[in-house]
Design a protein around this ligand. Structure first.
Ligand SMILES: Cc1cc2nc3c(=O)[nH]c(=O)nc-3n(C[C@H](O)[C@H](O)[C@H](O)COP(=O)(O)O)c2cc1C
Length: 139
């Protein structure tokens, strides 16, 4: 069973979760990086707005061919109640028919308010979210 663990992380928490979980199931870690590193202000203002509008981020090219994997896990942080814009870019990389286990990390909140929109966007790209998990990273 070949598993890809795809993640985007801005402050390192989703990376830590991805490294821990990918190690457990011997998955291949694939980090998605934005082309330009956002400043904190840019992340909170423009990034949050883009997340709420379900806009894509400009990301570095990814070498992996996702059609090669039996299982794809995607982990991204929550920004202003929505998955960070990198998530919307990840959806574009996945083959139609892909089955994805989605993990959304957050501080004190959760993604309940955006869940339906996230599922709808994924479905419109032919991506099936087979499991959905909110993980709080704040202590
Ligand atoms: C721009 C921005 C917006 C955020 N918005 C929320 C939010 O709406 N609700 C929440 O609970 N946490 C929010 N957070 C906190 C992150 O979702 C949380 O700390 C996450 O685990 C960080 O993952 P990372 O370290 O991999 O970037 C936000 C963080 C950033 C940088």
């Amino acid at each position: 069973m070949k598993t890809a663990f795809v993640f985007y992380s801005y402050t390192g928490k989703t990376r830590a979760l991805a490294e821990k979980r990918a190690g457990k199931e011997q998955a291949e870690l694939i980090e998605i990086k934005e082309k330009k590193r956002r400043s904190t202000v840019a992340a909170y203002v423009l990034g949050s707005l883009a997340a709420r509008r379900q806009k894509r981020a400009e990301i570095e090219p990814v070498a992996a061919d996702f059609a090669d994997y039996d299982k794809i896990v995607v982990a991204v942080p929550l920004w202003a109640g929505f998955p960070a814009p990198a998530f919307n870019s990840i959806l574009e990389l996945l083959p139609r028919g892909a089955k994805v286990e989605l993990i959304i990390t957050s501080g004190s909140g959760n993604s309940t308010g955006s869940r339906e929109k996230t599922m709808a966007l994924a479905a419109s790209k032919g991506v099936q979210i087979v499991s959905y998990e909110d993980v709080k990273t704040a202590e």
